[in-house]
Design a protein around this ligand. Structure first.
Ligand SMILES: [Zn+2]
Length: 234
């Protein structure tokens, strides 16, 4: 393999290494990141809390209603028993009775509204539970896929690192070329070596003179693009 073929091979390996390393980083971020799940859990917890609160209110209201009913019943029993004959006392009892009945009616309206609210809160709790379950299932599947992809990436990165070291070892006799390659990798966004594309630089499009193209095709000396400074290969 001539010098330029080896440099192109090194570039190809390094490019894939860059891509795979970047993907590995994305995967690690995705594995650590759970904003959807957190939001769904919070929404479900809120919905359950609201439902429990409304149910407790409804229960209190129902107890109040029972207590009022008992009071009304006891007043009515005394009122209609004939045991009380004092008009003033009867009048007071009658007023008491009306007051309790008004309270009972108001309580009925409140209980009805609460029952409706409980029903809505129940529906909301169910809805958030289903949403959470869906997200959890999706997330579990996603985690499994990411873990599989991560394993494959790590294996491939190891292969690429070995290939990279092998190619660099084969380029050991061309220390200057390797040094230039490493410099260009740093200054040219990772792309030190580019292929010719219709007699022009594949990176910047600069037209390469025919005499130089010939030397690029022979592959034994470095020819740099006059436009971007990268190493050209055929
Ligand atoms: Zn160029």
């Amino acid at each position: 393999m001539n010098l330029l073929s080896l440099l192109w091979q090194l570039q190809t390996t390094d490019t894939e290494l860059d891509e795979k390393a970047k993907r590995l980083q994305q995967i690690d971020t995705a594995l650590a990141d759970t904003p959807n799940l957190d939001a769904a859990r919070a929404a479900h917890a809120d919905a359950q809390k609201r439902l429990a609160h409304l149910r407790a209110q409804l229960h209190d209201g129902e107890l109040q209603a029972l207590a009022l009913d008992a009071k009304i019943k006891s007043i009515e029993e005394r009122l209609y028993s004939g045991r009380v004959t004092n008009p003033k006392e009867l009048d007071g009892m009658e007023k008491d009775l009306q007051m309790h009945k008004r309270q009972r009616n108001a309580l009925d309206d409140k209980l009805l509204a609460l029952m409706e609210a409980v029903e809505q809160a129940h529906a909301r709790a169910d809805e958030t539970a289903r949403a959470l379950e869906h997200i959890e299932t999706t997330r579990a599947r996603e985690l499994e896929q990411l873990a599989r992809e991560r394993d494959a990436l790590i294996a491939r990165l190891a292969e690429l690192n070995t290939a990279r070291e092998e190619t660099r070892a084969r380029l050991a006799a061309h220390a200057d070329a390797l040094r230039l390659y490493d410099q260009l990798r740093q200054t040219k966004a990772g792309r030190a070596v580019v292929q010719l594309k219709r007699d022009a630089c594949g990176a910047c499009g600069f037209a390469i003179p025919t005499a130089l193209i010939q030397r690029v095709r022979e592959g034994n000396v470095l020819v740099l693009c006059s436009g971007c400074g990268r190493i050209l290969v055929g």
